[in-house]
Design a protein around this ligand. Structure first.
Ligand SMILES: NC(=O)C1=CN([C@@H]2O[C@H](COP(=O)(O)OP(=O)(O)OC[C@H]3O[C@@H](n4cnc5c(N)ncnc54)[C@H](O)[C@@H]3O)[C@@H](O)[C@H]2O)C=CC1
Ligand SMILES: CC(=O)C(=O)O
Ligand SMILES: [Mg+2]
Length: 628
């Protein structure tokens, strides 16, 4: 270590102090009409509106929590009931209303009940963002399944009916040639994070067209809650290129373009124009691609990843989360992670998610085996990929070009007693895998027969990952996995399931294996590092960080993912790991007044402090009016 860097370490607490000061200064300097302070809530925010305009602006509205002096300052006196409430009293009042719904739902949780909760939360989101995120963050275990999977799926399916107030931006095929100017219609001067979808494949629910904007909103809710991205700097985007969903095409109340999806070069030109427009207005923004059909997911990722700050959550986020879970499943067997390359893995589903997972898991095995040719071959031979047509081998006719490198050699298949197109149950029976992982979007695909076949697994602790969303699309339930395969199973699913009571005081743990554990940290880490691209290395360290987060004693009990209540903590760590890797790869150009060179000087501890200090918290700032 150089003298300089050891001195740096010695004085790390003073540097953290310096960091804090600098970041406070940055906040002050950057105050614009839309920004407001975060942690302390004491620094005033300048607003350029008053009276009812303030009450109708969810970015600034505090409702009954406006103090009397603020009511005077902002011409609000008389426009609100006189009793000034604390933010906690406001939340208590809101929760009484929400919980009343629970008491009325005598049949227990049901879809209409979940959707009613979504509507109540959505209305709060429209009225008062600070309070909305406070409620969400304080009750994340209860409300993540409402604003995110599974209920967000239901909300998307019903979006044309549920739509009240717009949120986010809509770019459509009819806006070609206009995007560069219309992007300036968005009121925020600064946008850090965009989640964009074309609605082509929303969760496992298929083509939902324009209604898919709900998933972009739900993902960004997690960016705010988990990563502390300022809600005034997130932008959900729907690119409406039409829909091939016949029901929507015929529905007179559908809100999107009622024409078939654009394809080929026409489609690409729309997405190209959108990317150029948003990166022209906000050169530092990060764009997360979400729920595109697989045929576009891979193509667009290849097209943009070396030029723009973007990633595909379904391909790359899911891959990292799955790899972390697969490593956990090895540890749950009492084995070291380095034994991962010995695992036999059957994957059902060869779309953006399934192939993304196999690709990343193979790379991890290869690295563990020494990264040479034989390591590559060895890693390849551990995976068996099955799609709607059965086992994928080199004999597959008209094989999807994205799946070619995952096809088994016909000799290998025969050696295993299998053939092209063998059914999932046959593959499981013959391979006797350690892990059965589903990303097929087919609810119940892991039938009793398939799960019975998993009893033949050569693992001491077979793992079942039913990762498809939402709940009804999960390949099996946790109850089915434990009751059919056995108490020793390691279980994970994309949408949450309850733990299973195994009797004798034992619990079968239901883990949630969802990309929500990575995408917020990948986004935040990229933002704060100022990396121009999102490298494989940055994604890799994110996955490793998630894997390392789990403690040995938990993993041995079959707990391979953290509880969602830790999501802010895990996101902080993932983001710090991503920043560190971007610095190591010399990609980090810095963020605001923390330039690349300053970043290079930070110790690990300082990087974590830097991340934490840049996370937004739901605290009402003091508002001060100034004329435009
Ligand atoms: N847990 C998580 O974090 C994530 C879960 N997902 C879920 O993964 C699912 C798939 O997403 P994509 O790959 O983008 O969709 P996709 O539609 O591109 O792929 C589905 C794949 O499943 C295959 N399949 C269909 N029927 C099958 C059957 N009977 N047996 C075996 N395979 C079958 C299809 O041939 C295709 O290869 C969705 O339900 C999505 O919600 C996606 C991303 C993240
Ligand atoms: C979780 C997610 O990204 C999906 O199901 O598509
Ligand atoms: Mg997705």
């Amino acid at each position: 270590m150089s003298n300089f860097s050891s001195q740096l370490r010695l004085s790390s607490s003073s540097i953290i102090k310096r960091l804090k000061q600098r970041m406070t200064m940055t906040t002050t300097m950057m105050i614009d009409r839309r920004s407001f302070t975060t942690a302390e809530g004491s620094r005033p925010t300048i607003v350029h509106k008053r009276s009812l305009d303030i009450l109708h602006d969810p970015w600034f509205n505090k409702g009954t929590a406006f103090s009397m002096t603020e009511r005077d300052r902002l011409d609000l006196r008389g426009l609100l009931p006189p009793n000034v409430m604390t933010s906690q009293q406001q939340i208590d009042r809101f929760m009484v209303d929400l919980k009343r719904l629970e008491a009325q739902a005598r049949d227990g949780p049901s879809e209409p009940y979940a959707l009613a909760k979504w509507r109540i939360l959505n209305r709060l989101h429209d009225r008062n963002e600070t309070m909305y995120y406070k409620v969400l963050m304080d009750n994340i275990e209860e409300y993540a399944p409402i604003v995110y999977t599974p209920t967000v799926g239901l909300a998307c399916q019903n979006y044309s009916g549920l739509f009240r107030r717009p949120r986010g931006m809509y770019f459509s095929a009819t806006d070609r040639g206009e995007m560069m100017s219309m992007v300036y219609n968005w009121p925020a001067e600064q946008v850090d994070m965009i989640v964009v979808t074309d609605g082509g494949r929303i969760l496992g629910l298929g083509d939902l067209g324009v209604q898919g904007i709900g998933i972009a909103i739900g993902k960004l809710d997690l960016y705010v809650a988990a990563a502390g991205i300022n809600p005034q700097r997130v932008l959900p985007v729907m690119i409406d290129v039409g829909t091939n969903n016949e029901k929507l095409l015929k529905n007179p109340l559908y809100l999107g373009l009622q024409e078939h999806r654009l394809d080929g070069e026409e489609y690409l030109s729309v997405i190209d124009e959108f990317m150029e427009a948003v990166f022209t207005r906000w050169p530092h923004v990060i764009v997360q691609f979400e729920d595109f059909q697989s045929k576009w997911a891979f193509k667009l990722l290849q097209r943009y990843r070396d030029t723009y700050r973007m990633f595909n959550d379904d391909v790359q986020g899911t891959a990292g989360v799955a790899v972390a879970g697969l490593l956990g499943a090895v540890r749950a067997q009492g084995k070291p992670m380095i034994d991962f390359p010995k695992q036999k893995i059957v994957v059902a589903g060869a779309g953006s998610a399934g192939l993304g997972v196999v690709n990343a898991a193979r790379k991890t095995m290869k690295r563990m085996l020494g990264n040479n040719e034989s390591a590559c071959e060895s890693a390849r031979s551990q995976f068996w990929v099955v799609d709607a047509k059965g086992l994928i081998t080199e004999e597959r006719e008209n094989i999807d070009p994205d799946a070619v490198s995952f096809a088994r050699k016909i000799k290998e298949a025969e050696h295993q007693g299998l053939r092209e197109g063998a059914s999932l149950v046959e593959v499981v029976q013959q391979v006797k895998p350690d892990v059965l992982l589903g990303l097929s979007a087919v609810g119940g695909l892991f039938s009793t027969e398939v799960l019975e076949a998993m009893k033949g697994s050569t693992s001491t602790r077979p793992a079942i990952f039913a990762m498809s969303n939402p709940t009804q699309n999960a390949e099996c339930t946790s109850e089915e996995a434990f009751s059919i395969v056995g108490d020793n199973v390691v279980f994970a699913s994309g949408s949450p399931f309850k733990d299973v009571n195994l009797g004798n005081g034992q619990i079968g743990h239901s883990n949630q294996g969802n990309n929500m554990y990575l995408f917020p940290g990948i986004g935040l880490g990229t933002l704060l590092s100022g990396s121009r691209i999102i490298s494989d290395g940055m994604l890799q360290v994110a996955a490793e960080c998630l894997a390392a987060y789990m403690k040995e004693e938990d993993v041995l009990q079959g707990i391979i993912y953290p509880s969602i209540s830790c999501i802010r903590d895990i996101t902080t760590k993932v983001a710090a790991a991503v920043v560190k890797e971007a610095i190591r790869e010399d990609l980090a150009e810095g963020y605001r007044d923390m330039d690349g060179r300053e970043l290079q000087k930070l110790s690990e501890e300082e990087i974590v402090a830097y991340v934490k200090n840049n996370m937004w918290n739901p605290v009402y700032p003091t508002l001060v009016y100034k004329r435009d």
